[in-house]
Design a protein around this ligand. Structure first.
Ligand SMILES: [Zn+2]
Length: 202
């Protein structure tokens, strides 16, 4: 197939989404291809992951690239986070990269509901669920307060609402979601490993 080599990617220095031509790419175009492009304004090198798609006219093109370097636009969750939640957070980050901010917030809400269900054993509303997580000692007071502030100000976990989710709102919600998953799964696992190393016979 012939693919136009125009790549869309965020430039962190210019803080805008830029379009630039990739001179080359490696990988499997339909799964994960890696591209290196130059920002047309500041000439910074940008490295990203993308894949091909076919537009409504049948032309192949590259999807908006997810920046991997410098400083990835997205934070990766550790392998101890359940796969379904990792998929939701990754989908939230993709929505964010495409400028679909309300969808990014909804995907984060879904990931948080999964976390609550797994850790408390029941499906419940975010506000109640996060309070339960605090009661059970799964999260600390700071995370619960952060969750509460986001719920009130940023409309976290809103299913249908008239309030608009801005870019800043979506970024705050994604940051919080990544932080709570890191705390509950990744940090807990690292601490358990540390304890096992200290007392291997127990
Ligand atoms: Zn730039």
């Amino acid at each position: 197939m012939s693919i136009k080599q125009i790549i869309v990617i965020d430039c962190p220095q210019c803080e805008v989404r830029i379009k630039s031509e990739a001179t080359t790419w490696v990988g499997d175009a339909e799964e994960h291809a890696y591209v290196l492009v130059e920002c047309p304004s500041c000439h910074q090198a940008l490295f990203g992951a993308t894949s091909v798609f076919r537009d409504e006219y049948g032309n192949w093109g590259w999807d908006t690239a997810e920046r991997l370097w410098p400083a990835p636009a997205v934070a990766a969750l550790g392998p101890s986070v359940p796969a379904a939640a990792r998929r939701d957070v990754s989908a939230a980050q993709k929505c964010f990269n495409h400028g679909i901010y309300p969808a990014a917030a909804v995907m984060c809400g879904r990931a948080l509901e999964r976390l609550i269900k797994e850790k408390t054993g029941k499906s419940q509303m975010l506000a109640k669920g996060l309070a339960d997580l605090k009661l059970q000692g799964v999260i600390d007071e700071r995370l619960r307060e952060w969750a509460d502030a986001l719920r009130v100000e940023r409309n976290i976990g809103a299913h249908a609402s008239d309030t608009e989710t801005t870019k800043e709102d979506a970024q705050d919600i994604i940051d919080f979601t990544v932080a709570i998953f890191d705390y509950v799964y990744t940090l807990a696992e690292k601490y358990d490993k540390y304890l096992r190393r200290k007392s291997p016979n127990e």
